[in-house]
Design a protein around this ligand. Structure first.
Ligand code: TLP
Length: 343
């Protein structure tokens, strides 16, 4: 199967499995897992922060960050298309009593600086306290667009000038860094905390890392524990994360090249409109002239060995990753052509 549903479907490489089998482990809740400690230190170093915290998922990383920055009744400014708002079950509100203050995301994944500024509450006994601005880089629903270092810096300056913290959901921060040709630490520099995922384009089977100052991470460690994220001999999975960081970052540009090829192939089909491709995501729409519902298109593609997601209306998403080679890309292009011409 050519599985383009997500880069989360990536299975570990043989080298990762070997590292997992050999991993030295200890009880991470006691801080005694040498492999987890090494991964956390590597991640912090790569992103230019003092400390890191290995967590089970991107969702847990964002939740733990929000629980650490905000108290109950506080407010966090988030984009209306952000993953944290849309796809994390409202965990900040459900578990943290944190109120999202929603600001529109523009097509380039940003929120207008004036809109962020306008969302910050002045001190007033009627208002919640604004504590945090959260960005997403790359921005999933905005077609995987990377946020620039300059924009990130400006939001950081605004947040800090107003006494707020800034968090980045950098689930795919290394894709952003690869696309912009920048070290990831430059994109992370203005933020007080950043999460990134090992289990997406970097191909590890499980896990994300949250990074920030030593004091922030010490508090975040408590928050991770209360949400059940103390994982004990987690070195077995952290070992794959170390391979991911060492070996898989440099190749992300190949995923981006293949995404552009997919977009060019699909974009040449009548009735298909492809959105601009920035990283490893290809979003496209099939117009109403094709008498097939979105789910019927997905099913017909599946019959031809190609999996992708319908993401609302007639919009679809395909994501390239380590297990998608050039032949898989050509198969996917041909399959959509066949499905649409048969319709
Ligand atoms: N995104 C998944 C789905 O949940 C939609 C995907 O296939 O893209 N932040 C961003 C920007 C994400 O895209 C995701 C996962 C997460 C956080 C959450 O990561 P996990 O799934 O590890 O909890």
């Amino acid at each position: 199967m050519v599985d383009l549903r997500s880069d989360t479907i990536t299975r570990p490489t043989p080298e990762m499995r070997e590292a997992m089998a050999r991993a030295e482990v200890g009880d991470d809740v006691f801080g005694e897992d040498p492999t987890v400690n090494r991964l956390e230190a590597m991640a912090a170093d790569l992103l230019g922060k003092e400390a890191g915290l290995f967590v089970a998922s991107g969702t847990m990383g964002n939740l733990v960050a929000l629980l650490t920055h905000c108290r109950r009744g506080d407010e966090a400014i988030v984009g209306d298309k952000s993953h944290t708002l849309r796809y994390e079950q409202g965990g900040m509100a459900a578990l943290g009593g944190i109120m999202p203050h929603v600001v529109p995301n523009l097509d380039d994944g940003t929120m207008a600086l004036e809109a962020i500024e306008a969302a910050i509450r002045p001190p007033n006994v009627h208002f919640p306290r604004t504590r945090l601005v959260a960005l997403e880089n790359t921005h999933n629903l905005c077609a995987g667009v990377p946020l620039t270092a300059a924009y990130t810096r400006r939001v950081g300056e605004l947040a800090h000038a107003r006494g707020l913290k800034m968090h980045i959901d950098g689930a795919r921060l290394f894709n952003a860094a690869a696309a912009l040709g920048l070290p990831a630490r430059e994109l992370a520099a203005p933020a007080d905390s950043v999460t990134f995922c090992l289990s997406k384009g970097l191909c590890a089977p499980v896990g994300s890392v949250l990074v920030g100052s030593a004091a922030f991470i010490a508090e975040a460690r408590r928050a991770r524990k209360v949400v059940g994220g103390g994982m004990r001999q987690a070195g077995v999975i952290a070992a794959a994360g170390i391979v991911a960081l060492e070996k898989m970052r440099a190749r992300l540009v190949e995923d981006h090249r293949r995404a552009r090829r997919l977009a060019a192939g699909w974009g040449a089909l009548p009735a298909v409109t492809v959105e601009p491709v920035h990283t490893n995501m290809v979003y496209f729409a099939v117009d109403e002239s094709v008498p097939l519902a979105a789910q019927a298109i997905v099913a017909a593609l599946r019959e031809r060995g190609v999996l992708l997601l319908a993401v609302g209306g007639r919009r679809f998403r395909a994501v390239t990753h380590y297990w998608i080679d050039d032949a898989a890309v050509e198969q996917a292009i041909a399959a959509l052509g066949e499905v649409l011409s048969a319709a």
